[in-house]
Write a protein that binds this ligand. Structure first.
Ligand code: FES
Length: 690
């Protein structure tokens, strides 16, 4: 290359950041200068192996780069030694040793950029770059010198400033008595764990190890009212080492969050008992994920939590009484951080915790986590994000304006308040279909592969039993009853059909539908009029809340719908729409996103920029209090009908043959009534023996 030629061009993938660098520049330095996060613990001594990269070879015409292995320096003695001792996967190089010799496309391997658990984000071309709050920094401290009477700790700080650029470092108080011992153990070589996301931006040494400490872990935890879910993650690679869940032991104080608030109000030690219970459960779960991952809990340096507002308060030791009544005042709505040790979390003594901000008194840090994960504010399409639990949390928006509310759906969707309802567990009916001609049902049960009308079902179901109906099946059975004409659009079971099928039977003054006769000692499973009312009330609350947010946004339809939470993972969007649980939308645009709150926690753990992002977004979200909105009542009444008294669901009607309705009679919906007419004729023929 002649002296006139520009410096080589280096492009980093997947970030796409690029720049020109003089020949001989270490690739790690090039990455850093562009703000590309490449891990390094040993500070370029070629001993930690954390800075690995790969060179992509070829002609990248779009970028005007011809990248070749000839454009990177050959392995030097340090890199060769590392390869000999620790091994390097084929194609990998240590970016602290390899230097730029020509144009390059450098791949920062996926396991250091994208987390396996959030890989589905790749489908939306969103790359989660890692930039954790913890950095491990290896240094070799000057030995003490009588002529320069600088303390051991001060010389440690000096070398951290010199080698790593840390200015004005703090050192956690609990480390100070230990420093001298630790420095001498490995001949003045130590690794400092530095937390760089504390208040006032003051980086702090939170742990100190003799020699090279080449691993650091964090936990991301979603504390739900019924279940606590946790990921154990390597902060240095982004790899999820183990994931697990456990029941929230607070259930013994109250099934839902409001009953737990009542427990606090009525028992002098209630708050303390519940805080202790959730801390014990979190600590137990840490033990479990560490056991599964073969990790010492003392190697956990950071933790991120998401939870609903009442769990948030109880976890942080705050009395939640104010959240039990209007105006539902949170003690703190912003993000909370501190020492994990101070709130009883048993990890490294210097570990920190961070709790995402709450959106409002009924829309918690879990909704913030889901919002961070799904990012309506990053979209150009209007996205509806719902997390259905005893309280549905609803977020609606797109780039520029997001609104949020909660709606009291009650526990019906979780199987409570339903005569044959139960939690999703082996033995629970999870899928239901009803023949519109014979009204005979078929169903599937959790833990059994076959449908109930398939041969061998009863035999297969012997191990689990058939014990009740779980939330997803309640949605389906009511929707199927509506589609097959067993219930009217106002949710009334048609008692006249008792003459046509023994499945409809009288139950006091109303009628019920028999799903399964009792057998082998199992329960008789039916759907009562009261069950349908409970589902109508729950779905009307969710829909009315959603409509209110749509009004606030000035829209009549949403572009995409994301169902967060366990419930959302199991319900069939089609049935949710038939029931009028969610607004009309192209069914392909309705997706379950699993534990999005937990994914949000993971993102905030792996990249502290996501903490700033969600803090900023939560501050700008418009919070709507449904109870105070004058329209809510009318929207709720409209939403009691199936699917809705005024909304015609035109998109749904293109894929589902809906029963004829008053709406159809009024010409509001393009319903194809022929199938239903045929069904009636067929039924009549059957009854006549035809
Ligand atoms: Fe440690 Fe390169 S920075 S091996």
């Amino acid at each position: 290359m002649n002296s006139e030629a520009p410096n080589p061009l280096v492009l980093f993938m997947p970030s796409g950041k690029r720049g020109r660098f003089p020949i001989g520049t270490p690739i790690l330095d090039a990455a850093r200068s562009l703000g590309v996060y490449v891990e390094s613990v040993c500070g370029g001594r070629a001993t930690c192996g954390r800075c690995q990269i790969e060179i992509q070879e070829g002609n990248f015409a779009k970028h005007k780069i011809v990248s070749s292995l000839d454009h990177i320096s050959a392995k030097g003695p340090k890199e060769e030694r590392y390869e000999r001792v620790r091994g390097l996967p084929e194609g990998r190089r240590l970016s602290c040793s390899a230097t730029v010799q020509g144009d390059l496309v450098v791949d920062v391997p996926q396991d250091t950029v994208i987390n396996a658990q959030i890989i589905r984000k790749a489908a939306t071309d969103r790359v989660i770059e890692r930039n954790p709050a913890i950095q491990m920094c290896y240094v070799e401290v000057d030995e003490p010198d009588m002529h320069k009477p600088l303390g051991d700790l001060d010389r440690l700080k000096a070398v951290l400033a010199k080698d790593w650029g840390w200015k004005d470092l703090r050192v956690a108080q609990h480390l100070i008595p230990e420093v001298q011992k630790i420095l001498r153990k490995e001949n003045w070589a130590v690794t400092a764990a530095i937390h760089k996301d504390m208040e006032l931006s003051r980086a702090t040494v939170i742990a100190l190890y003799p020699g090279l400490k080449n691993e650091a872990y964090g936990i991301a935890c979603d504390i739900g009212s019924t279940t606590i879910a946790m990921h154990l993650v390597s902060l240095l690679s982004g790899r999820v080492v183990a994931s697990s869940g456990a029941p929230n032991p607070q259930i013994r104080f109250g099934e839902d969050v409001m009953s737990r608030v009542s427990y606090v109000m009525m028992n002098p030690d209630g708050r303390e008992a519940m805080t202790k219970a959730v801390h014990e459960a979190v600590n137990g779960l840490i033990g479990k994920v560490c056991g599964e991952g073969g990790v010492d809990r003392n190697d956990i340096f950071d933790s991120v939590f998401v939870c609903n507002p009442i769990m948030h308060h109880l976890f942080l030791g705050i009395d939640p009484t104010e959240l039990g009544q209007a105006p539902f005042a949170l003690a703190v709505s912003g993000a909370v951080q501190g020492w994990a040790h101070d709130i009883g979390i048993e990890v490294n003594r210097g570990a920190r915790f961070y709790v995402l901000p709450c959106i409002a008194g009924h829309v918690g840090a879990d909704a913030a986590g889901a919002t961070l994960s799904e990012g309506p504010y990053r979209q150009d399409k209007m996205m509806l994000l719902v997390d259905v639990g005893t309280n549905a949390e609803i977020v609606l928006g797109k780039r520029g304006h997001v609104v949020a509310a909660s709606s009291p759906t009650g526990p019906a969707f979780e199987g409570a308040e339903i005569s044959s309802g139960q939690r999703a567990a082996p033995g629970a009916i999870e899928r239901v279909r009803i023949d519109p001609v014979t009204y005979e049902p078929k169903y599937r049960v959790i833990g059994v592969d076959k449908w109930s009308d398939e041969e061998g079902f009863e035999e297969a179901a012997k191990t689990t039993g058939v014990t009740g109906i779980c939330g997803s099946a309640i949605i389906e059975v009511v929707a199927e009853m509506y589609l097959s004409g067993l219930i009217s659009e106002d949710g009334v079971i048609d008692g006249a059909l008792a003459a046509a099928t023994p499945r409809i039977f009288q139950n006091g003054r109303t009628f019920s539908y028999l799903l399964r006769e009792s057998r082998d000692g199992g329960p008789r499973i039916s759907v009562t009029q009261n069950d349908i009312r409970a589902i109508q009330l729950a779905k009307a609350a969710l829909y009315a809340g959603t409509k209110l947010l749509m009004e606030k946004q000035g829209i009549t339809e949403v572009d995409t719908i994301r169902f967060a939470g366990a419930f959302g993972s199991f319900i069939d969007p089609k049935y949710a729409m038939v029931l009028g649980l969610i607004p009309d939308c192209d069914l392909d645009e309705v997706k379950a996103v699993g534990n999005a709150a937990g994914t949000g926690a993971l993102m905030a753990l792996l990249n502290r920029d996501h903490r700033r992002e969600i803090e900023r977004e939560v501050a700008s979200i418009d919070k709507i209090e449904t109870a105070l909105e004058p329209d809510f009542q009318q929207l709720f009444i409209n939403a009691m009908a199936l699917p809705n008294k005024v909304d015609s669901f035109p998109k749904l009607r293109t894929v589902v043959k809906m029963p004829e309705s008053k709406l159809a009679d009024a010409g509001l919906a393009g319903v194809d009534n022929a199938p239903r007419r045929r069904s009636r004729e067929e039924r009549a023929a059957r009854r006549r023996g035809g």
